[in-house]
Write a protein that binds this ligand. Sequence first.
Ligand SMILES: C[S@@+](CC[C@H](N)C(=O)[O-])C[C@H]1O[C@@H](n2cnc3c(N)ncnc32)[C@H](O)[C@@H]1O
Length: 218
Amino acid sequence: MSTQIEIDEDLIKYLQNLGYRKDKVVDDLERETKALGSVAQMQIAKEQGQFLEIIVKTSKAKSCLEIGRFTGLSTLYMARGLPSDGRIVTVDNSEEFLPLAQKYWDEDGLTSKIESIIGTGTDVMQSLIDRQHTFDLIFIDADKNNYPNYYELSLSLVPSNGIIIIDNMLWHGDVVDKKKTDSQTNTIRDLNLKINQDDRVEFSLLPLSDGLSFVRKK
Ligand SMILES: C[S@@+](CC[C@H](N)C(=O)[O-])C[C@H]1O[C@@H](n2cnc3c(N)ncnc32)[C@H](O)[C@@H]1O
């Protein structure tokens, strides 16, 4: 019997209030991102951000890679989790929101830990592999159709015991809606199945916000 509870509107509000510790920098960044309009929906949930920070800390990661920066909330949380000599490389194919992200990274004293690269996720990852870079933890939160490529490239970029975290793996719940057959939904379904059957990794599919797949390379 499953003990998974259903998460209704009231429980979501509870999670957003009690599952998140108030933080002025984060709240200001969220407010400024919301003012951008509908693109704001791309931002990770603050509860997810807290989780990322804890995982970076408890795994003692010193090097992180992020694919999909947007206004930089996930970067900010992961950079907070890093030690003072830790580094996060964050990749996005658009420069548009970088100044906004940098404003809040500066305000939080994180700038020295963050390297921002503008480029296509797959190209940048391949170039990092070619130059024999490795990362303790990779967070994937960019274009969904490239998720299978990001997953495979990540497996080449993390050592044994390295962590890969992938956002949107429940895709607004569409993964279980048989009427949804668009390429993004199918790609996410296929990737969940692939990870489930992949002997190279251990994993946990977490229903946190839009779903986080938490993967450990064996
Ligand atoms: C969901 S948002 C990332 C949200 C971010 N993690 C946050 O916490 O606010 C996805 C980002 O991926 C970027 N993106 C889309 N396609 C990409 C690609 N092929 N390579 C690199 N970045 C890409 C978009 O420009 C967008 O900023």
